[in-house]
Design a binder for this molecule. Structure first.
Ligand code: NAD
Length: 703
């Protein structure tokens, strides 16, 4: 039963019961319509109240049905909405908690709306690359005015009912309930009061005008076109156009315009990418062999070893989530430095109005520091973030093994070291795993949770759960050099180096990638992160693995001390205090000299080739990562790249992009690149997984 029907003194109460958010899937729509007809056909019923049980009035359409015949199967959302709007008995929507998407659209087809306080109201379809498709662009402006509705639809962000109730002359709410508990009795009373009122008010009959429509819509389009959030996404501009049409066309024609726009957007690659990512984010939290009954440890206190760049950032996450943190370092001086940086970061947030001063005080009270391991003995979770050196990690983990209480989780933030080896330094390898945060750790959403050979299910499930608490997107990775993200980026960086040797300039490569949608190309990114970091890794890596060819140009600029923005010079030049990348004649000459010295012939490389070579290097390594079981789903790899590496959201991540491109086409392009005399044919050897899926015409997501 996804809808219930009850009668309260001549008023029918229809309740959506489809947890978690009463999504309007086919079964729910069908039952809702049956109950509506029951109420309309019963002569004792004078009015109807529609509400939702549990955590939401209604969260909207069922995204799983999108693009499938089920979404159109009768009764579809349109049929349901029309039946509500055309009902000859008054219908009151009793809104609470969450009223979003199709849920809000359904309520706009009711004759009256009563809202509980604290209700989150939104039309979030743009976040899936769509516009509202069931009347939202036509009805919401009629009750809130063009400007408020446009902001809501273009941003997709929720707004509190109390705030919307303050919109001048708003017609969204007919009444605000005293409290969430009083909502249903007050909505039933309200329904009785208006039960004989006729004609029944319909939102569609309200007139809609804007005094300076032409100028306003032009202004709105210009704003959206230039905003970074809407760049490369067609839906926000289309939403503005649909609202503009609402001011020009009769309601039915406006609705038809909205419908056609919605259906066209549904087939755009951008919407497919965003819908893929919506599912990918939910699925990242699901680990195949962890069932719902896996016990979860209660993590209430956190210890962090190492108060440097990462330790301080990691501490901020837990403090913001309300968990007390003890920081340990080798000296009070190091601790003071760490606490000072952390406090300054928090104070910056206070200055920007993102954090309340009182909250800062309470967080600082919850932070303690120590140089003694015994002071970590009460911690439920201890995260190590000391120097990237196995011998140092060994010392730390042996000390943690000796001091940590039984059952405490011991995590390492290592980027490159073997988590199995680190676990083996303790007598409790089942309690050890990797928590690979990204820098800045208080800002970056991604957390790679590295599952070592002996990590227990309980420990893994507990860390996935605490990740949610600190608002991270956690993706599980197996143990390998670089885990998912850095292992793939290494191939991307190698390719970028080869492109320099073939005659590209850093700016040409960066701009090609930026036009593809990356926030920054590889060289601007490296200048920002510090070229010395990659240099240090290469020194170690390519001594260990001499078979891996790479271009030494990055080493040459490091020899000159050009570490990037922090030294005022890297692949580009920088003016003091500025971040604008300026062409460097010195780097240009350095690259020319290198090519001459090594007899490398410069050739013209197209933007398409640049993008494909860099992106397909990610894809091929991603396929190997899947093959080896380091990542269990291709969508996890996409999440890593979207949340940790600035891969363009509207492309859906490297693996999704490859599928859209066609895996057979990817393999074909790789074969062409392998013929390039400069390139390592070995590099472009397609991964088994990629090759077999391409041959079988299957997708990564199906393997
Ligand atoms: P950092 O040099 O900024 O900080 C390291 C801290 O550890 C220092 O405060 C140091 O005093 C302390 N320390 C060293 N030895 C110690 C010991 N035996 N006991 C206690 N404290 C000790 O380094 P970081 O950039 O914060 O990196 C820390 C770890 O995080 C490394 O494993 C690194 O690979 C990893 N990591 C770094 C980044 C990044 O971008 N910086 C990103 C992800 C992961």
């Amino acid at each position: 039963m996804t809808t219930t029907y009850n009668v309260h003194d001549e008023v029918a109460l229809i309740t959506l019961v489809n947890p978690p958010v009463n999504g309007l899937n086919w079964q729910t729509r069908q039952q809702c319509l049956i109950h509506l007809e029951q109420a309309l056909g019963d002569p004792h019923i004078k009015a109807i109240v529609l509400t939702g049980e549990g955590k939401a009035f209604c969260g909207g359409a069922d995204i799983k049905e999108f693009g499938t015949p089920k979404a159109l199967q009768e009764p579809n959302l349109h049929t349901l909405i029309t039946a509500f709007e055309n009902a000859d008995k008054p219908i009151v929507a009793a809104l609470h908690s969450v009223v979003m998407g199709g849920g809000l659209e359904l309520s706009l087809a009711c004759h009256y709306r009563v809202s509980a306080p604290g209700c989150q109201i939104a039309l979030p379809e743009v976040k899936l690359g769509l516009i509202p498709g069931a009347g939202g662009t036509q009805r919401l402006p009629r009750v809130l005015g063009v400007e408020v509705a446009l902001n809501m639809i273009v941003s997709g962000e929720p707004i509190l009912s109390e705030r919307l109730n303050m919109v001048p002359a708003q017609k969204l709410f007919d009444k605000m309930a005293t409290s969430a508990e009083d909502l249903i009795p007050e909505a039933l009373d309200f329904a009785r009061e208006i039960s004989t009122d006729r004609p029944l008010p319909r939102v569609r009959d309200l007139s809609l005008k804007h005094p300076q429509a032409d100028a306003y819509f032009q202004f709105a389009k210009n704003m959206v076109k230039n905003s970074p959030q809407a760049k490369n996404l067609p839906a926000p501009l289309k939403a503005i156009e649909a609202i503009r049409q609402a001011t020009l066309l009769p309601f039915a024609q406006g609705l038809a315009f909205e419908r056609e726009t919605f259906l066209n957007l549904m087939w755009t690659p951008e919407s497919r990418a965003l819908r893929h990512l919506f599912g990918a984010q939910r699925n990242a939290a699901k680990v195949a062999d962890l069932d719902k009954d896996t016990p979860i440890k209660n993590i209430q206190t956190v210890g962090i070893v190492g108060s440097g760049t990462m330790g301080g950032g990691i501490a901020m996450n837990f403090l913001m989530a309300g968990l007390p943190v003890t920081l340990l370092d080798t000296s009070q001086e190091a601790l003071d430095k760490g606490v000072l940086t952390l406090t300054q970061n928090f104070e910056d947030r206070v200055k920007k109005g993102k954090l309340k001063a009182e909250k800062l005080q309470s967080m600082l009270k919850a932070l303690s520091t120590t140089v003694h391991y015994a002071d970590l003995s009460h911690c439920d979770l201890i995260i190590e973030a000391v120097f990237e050196d196995l011998a140092v990690k060994e010392k730390v983990f042996k000390a943690l093994d000796a001091c940590a209480k039984q059952g405490a989780i011991l995590a390492t933030n290592t980027s490159t070291l073997d988590v199995n080896a680190i676990a083996s330094f303790t007598q409790r390898p089942g309690d050890v795993l990797g928590m690979h945060f990204f820098s800045p750790a208080n800002v970056m959403k991604l957390l790679e949770v590295v599952r070592a050979e002996k990590t227990s299910k309980e420990v893994l499930a507990s860390v996935m759960s605490v990740a949610k608490k600190i608002k991270k997107i956690a993706v599980v990775s197996g143990v390998c050099d670089g885990f998912i993200g850095n292992r793939m980026i290494e191939q991307y960086s190698r390719q970028a180096g080869f492109l320099l040797e073939e005659g590209c300039s850093p700016a040409q490569i960066d701009q090609a990638l930026e036009r593809f949608g990356f926030a920054m190309g590889p060289f601007r990114m490296s200048d920002l992160a510090g070229n010395d970091i990659g240099w240090a890794i290469r020194k170690r890596r390519y001594i260990e693995r001499p078979e891996m060819k790479y271009s030494p140009m990055g080493d040459l600029i490091c020899v000159l001390g050009r570490f990037g923005q922090k030294t005022g010079a890297g692949w580009y030049d920088y003016k003091s205090g500025k971040r604008d990348a300026i062409h460097s004649p010195l780097v240009e000459k350095l690259l020319e000299d290198y090519r001459t010295e090594h007899g490398l012939k410069k050739r013209n490389v197209t933007d398409d080739e640049i993008v494909q070579r860099l992106v397909f290097s990610l894809v091929n390594e991603g396929a190997k990562i899947l093959e080896e079981g380091i990542a269990s789903k291709s969508s996890d790899i996409d999440m890593v790249y979207i949340t940790g590496y600035g891969f363009p959201i509207f492309r859906g991540g490297p693996m999704h992009y490859a599928q859209e491109f066609g895996l057979l086409n990817v393999v074909g392009a790789m074969k062409r690149f392998a013929q390039n005399p400069k390139d390592d044919a070995q590099f472009w050897q397609p991964a088994e997984r990629l090759l077999s899926l391409a041959k079988e015409g299957r997708a990564f997501s199906e393997a």
